[in-house]
Design a protein around this ligand. Sequence first.
Ligand SMILES: NC(=O)c1ccc[n+]([C@@H]2O[C@H](COP(=O)([O-])OP(=O)(O)OC[C@H]3O[C@@H](n4cnc5c(N)ncnc54)[C@H](O)[C@@H]3O)[C@@H](O)[C@H]2O)c1
Ligand SMILES: [Zn+2]
Ligand SMILES: [Zn+2]
Length: 380
Amino acid sequence: MASTSGLTIPCKAAVAWEAGKPLVMERVEVAPPQAMEVRMKVKYTSLCHTDLYFWEAKGQNPLFPRIFGHEAAGIVESVGEGVTDLEAGDHVLPVFTGECGECAHCKSEESNMCDLLRIDTNRGVMLSDKKSRFSINGNPINHFLGTSTFSEYTVVHAGCLAKINPLAPLDKVCVLSCGISTGLGATLNVAKPKKGSSVAVFGLGTVGLAAAEGARIAGASRIIGIDLNSSRFEAAKKFGVTEFINPKDYDKPVQEVIAEMTNGGVDRSVECTGNINAMISAFECVHDGWGVAVLVGVPTKDAVFMTKPINVLNERTLKGTFFGNYKPRTDLPSIVDMYMNKKLELEKFLTHRVPFSEINKAFELMLRGEGLRCIIDIDE
Ligand SMILES: NC(=O)c1ccc[n+]([C@@H]2O[C@H](COP(=O)([O-])OP(=O)(O)OC[C@H]3O[C@@H](n4cnc5c(N)ncnc54)[C@H](O)[C@@H]3O)[C@@H](O)[C@H]2O)c1
Ligand SMILES: [Zn+2]
Ligand SMILES: [Zn+2]
């Protein structure tokens, strides 16, 4: 056990005090882990669009002050009572959705929606005692997604931590803890395109390009990328995207453009934008008879999905997924090994890097739609 085990750790954290306002570097106190919890030293974190939505809180419930961050990698500092499969020094990836191992979902081969630890964007406290482990002068600061990785130390439920190969470089594999595994799994585990098929990917950010990578691995012959930001198209070629559509270039719905290009529709589509209109287009652009559409983007809280029921009756399937249907603790170690065995390239997703003190730059880049993942070095 580390010498800090059982003690409160004072450390730096980037706190969001108000919606849409730059994060402020603060000295916070991080309480020791309680039963079934782990305190981890965060080494690297990155910014995923889900952090940005809840920080902007435009279409999401505001909960402030809060420590955001969920895509990260770190090292276990100490463990709480009852944690038997993790110990100080283990290399771990925190995940926003957990795996208790006991519930019907964890026991099902088909689901990763753990009853106990599934994603809950409105919870700002730990499950066991409904309290926060972060405070400033005794005042609690809310957690985010049970991970809160924009901090030197954080406390996470043991069921939300995947233990990984200690040789894996944490500044690369941190991006597997959300975006890339999500996109890859959405295609490989949920859309399941056949060899030679056509796949449309809506949104060519990190999640969408990982979905395209999944389509390439599955042997799709046409991968059609759709984005409102044409500057995404050049980079997307490196991810196997073969054709591009900017919906702004047409005066008809993009699903009609796709139907014309593909003789009736694509075999599979994966939506990675969070925009409700893109979700509807992603569903309506799949071929009748066999097409499958998968929703990945996180919608605003009041968004309603509307389509004519005949579009469904005509034998199209609509699915959705969190974390690409991967079970975080069971499956993530092998995705890390895919990277270690050079079966999955991560470097091409890592376009920027900033020290922790400049974390707000990562927000600015994402707001401008520039680059893919920005690695934030917590110790720099
Ligand atoms: N379901 C999950 O488990 C899960 C996990 C991670 C992220 N997400 C969600 O996936 C989405 C993508 O995340 P990201 O980090 O890759 O974001 P990103 O900002 O890097 O990329 C999103 C892309 O979508 C494009 N876009 C936005 N609206 C569009 C529209 N109407 N039509 C076409 N393109 C459009 C943007 O220009 C951008 O290039 C977000 O909604 C995020 O919250 C879901
Ligand atoms: Zn994410
Ligand atoms: Zn479970």
